[in-house]
Design a protein around this ligand. Structure first.
Ligand code: HQG
Length: 281
């Protein structure tokens, strides 16, 4: 796709998804615009484009972004809307797992607020890890989030499939999200059990001995006994490899690695763990 084509397509997507009023076009309740109105708006922007050019443009995308109804002479964006439109199709049953690609810099806020749609009407999910990763790379260092759809459907979530395996749904709380291969712990009792074991294992010379009362378990690493603790006082993080001996260990055991903040943990450890995890799966 040439630079000019990219520019034209972005402009049309902008009108169809966000600001039809900028082009003085009307969308119906499902988001359809009249093709002639789009061509007219392009002309106003000194862009010569006919209906066939529009169809060629739509077919040259790396993924489906527009739906064109040649008979009714209308066009709509398949996803990405910030304006509120109605879905024409009924909700469908998605695969058991869908993926959302995001950036490390958003994870802390996602832990707090869940997956939110921000300025868009829906949260966008992908069927494949590769597609989720591509979406994520637009924002920064990619993190893959998994969504188990069955439980959400049982709780009333609706999933809409767009043309090319992009799924739309409403906002999802953090407790329904998985960031493999780490298991983020919300349950207070579990947090208590791990802290109690840590207290049993560390000796007086241990790196964590003077901070122990300030630590909180944040997550467990699925494949081993690694645990992520946060120092609530200064935002330091520690990955500790518990021995589960139930008694005081010697020297620097249980082994602990320090991260100066959560971002550092995400950008180094979590990203590497995900590369490994999804490389193997
Ligand atoms: C993140 C493109 C902080 C979210 C793509 C994402 C997609 C939070 C960013 C479609 C958050 C929003 C949509 C929270 C979510 N705190 N950040 N609580 N919850 N976020 O662009 O999903 O190529 O609005 O993870 O392919 O990246 O244009 O959404 O990183 O299908 O056709 O906030 O747009 O389609 O970013 O992308 P976006 P998205 P096209």
């Amino acid at each position: 796709m040439s630079k000019t084509q990219t520019k034209i397509s972005k402009l049309i997507s902008y009108w169809l998804r966000h600001k039809p009023q900028d082009a003085k076009i009307q969308l119906d309740e499902f988001g359809w615009a009249n093709i002639e109105a789009i061509l007219e708006a392009l002309k106003t922007n000194q862009i010569e484009c006919n209906k066939d050019d529009l169809i060629t443009l739509s077919n040259s995308f790396d993924k489906v972004r527009w739906k064109i109804d040649k008979v009714a002479n209308k066009i709509k964006a398949t996803h990405g809307h910030s304006i509120s439109i109605l879905q024409e199709e009924e909700p469908q049953t998605p695969p058991e797992i869908l993926y959302h690609g995001t950036a490390t810099r958003f994870i802390e806020s996602i832990m707090d607020k869940g997956l939110i749609s921000k300025q868009r009407q829906y949260v966008h999910l992908s069927e494949t890890i590769d597609m989720a990763k591509e979406v994520a790379q637009r924002h920064g260092k990619p993190v893959i989030i998994e969504i188990e759809t069955k439980a959400l459907i049982e709780h009333g979530w609706k999933f809409y499939k767009t043309e090319q395996d992009v799924w739309l749904t409403s906002e999802i709380p953090f407790k329904s999200l998985d960031i493999e291969p780490w298991d983020f712990i919300i349950d207070k009792e579990t947090k208590g059990i791990f802290l109690k074991e840590l207290k049993k294992e560390i000796n007086r010379e241990h790196l964590l001995s003077d901070k122990i009362d300030k630590l909180e378990l944040i997550a467990r690493y699925g494949p081993s006994d690694d645990c992520l603790f946060k120092n609530q006082e200064n935002n330091e993080y520690f990955v500790v490899h518990l021995t589960w001996s139930g008694k005081k260990e010697k020297d620097s055991w249980p082994l602990a690695k320090q991260f100066d903040n959560f971002e550092e943990f995400l950008n180094t450890r979590l990203v590497a763990d995900q590369d490994d995890w999804y490389g193997r799966h």
